[in-house]
Write a protein that binds this ligand. Structure first.
Ligand code: JDQ
Length: 269
């Protein structure tokens, strides 16, 4: 897979040289190219921003440097890339979108600064490329570089052969929908006692059926507490008899449509 990033802060993308993404690049599984937007400016001050039409606070990124940069990047490769534009007003970046993007041969990321990019740039490239405006969450950052790091890591770990055996894919990759349904429960490793705290007996029992059930119960505890929205919109056909028992203990019951809703107060830790 080829990834291009056009930014006024190339040094912000340095983390792409380390860890999982850095190793994938070193192995030739990922071709990452980071470009300085200012190299497509022509004035003495390398200007990339200007005041907004209609007034208001802040500055807007000028269209000309983006147009020249994206033309040059697109010309340098074969075919048309998917262009990913980080913005707080984009569609949510989800595991499902990460999977979809991981199947593309070529992604171009355009992290902006200031109040964003002149709208005409997005409209122009949308005429010849698949352009995705994407938000990584409902909070406001100062620019799109951190979202690019987040998205590239989520995408790169899905590429064939990028994760080693030790950190190999689990439920999330085998069933893309699975992770959206239930949060993971707690995990433990050696030593068996630490600061007076042991390991739940069931995990030492060697009883695989009981362990699987305990893990699922813990997943329900966490999901009802931290992400009740996931339980509310879950397809109740995905819940077995024991799941329903656990949900009842946690204060949830099926409504008229079979979906679960919270009927009791929050259960303590
Ligand atoms: C840019 C900005 C518009 C603040 C400029 C470029 N999920 C997510 N949060 N924040 C961003 C993405 C993001 C992405 C790119 C960005 C923020 N800003 C600052 C722009 C309104 C408010």
């Amino acid at each position: 897979m080829r990834l291009d990033v056009v930014t006024i802060f190339p040094e912000y993308l340095e983390p792409l040289n380390v860890s999982l993404v850095g190793k994938a690049r070193a192995r030739g599984q990922l071709d990452v190219r980071v470009h300085d937007l200012r190299s497509w400016t022509h004035d003495k001050h390398n200007t990339v921003d200007d005041t907004p039409y209609g007034g208001g606070p802040g500055m807007v990124m000028k269209p000309e440097p983006w147009g020249e940069a994206l033309d040059a990047v697109i010309e340098s490769g074969e075919g048309r890339p998917v262009i990913v534009v980080p913005t707080p007003s984009g569609r949510p970046f989800t595991q499902e979108l990460a999977v979809e993007l991981s199947e593309k041969p070529w992604l171009v990321f355009t992290p902006a600064r200031y109040e964003g990019i002149d709208r005409r740039v997005i409209e122009d490239y949308a005429e010849r490329c698949d352009v995705r405006e994407v938000s990584i969450g409902d909070y406001v950052l100062a620019g799109g570089e951190a979202p690019v790091l987040v998205m590239v890591e989520a995408i790169a770990r899905l590429l064939p052969g990028v994760l080693g055996n030790a950190e190999s894919h689990r439920d999330d990759s085998f069933a893309p929908g699975a992770m959206a349904d239930l949060l993971e429960g707690p995990v433990y490793t050696k030593p068996p006692e630490w600061r007076g705290r042991g390991i739940p007996d069931v995990l030492l029992s060697g009883h695989h059926g009981k362990i699987a059930r305990w893990r699922r119960d813990e997943a329900f505890r966490r999901t009802t507490r931290n992400r009740p929205d996931l339980i509310e919109r879950a397809d109740p056909a995905a819940f077995d008899k024991k799941d329903r028992e656990m949900l009842s203990i946690l204060g949830w019951a099926p409504g008229d449509d079979g979906r679960f809703w919270r009927v009791a107060q929050d259960v303590e830790e």
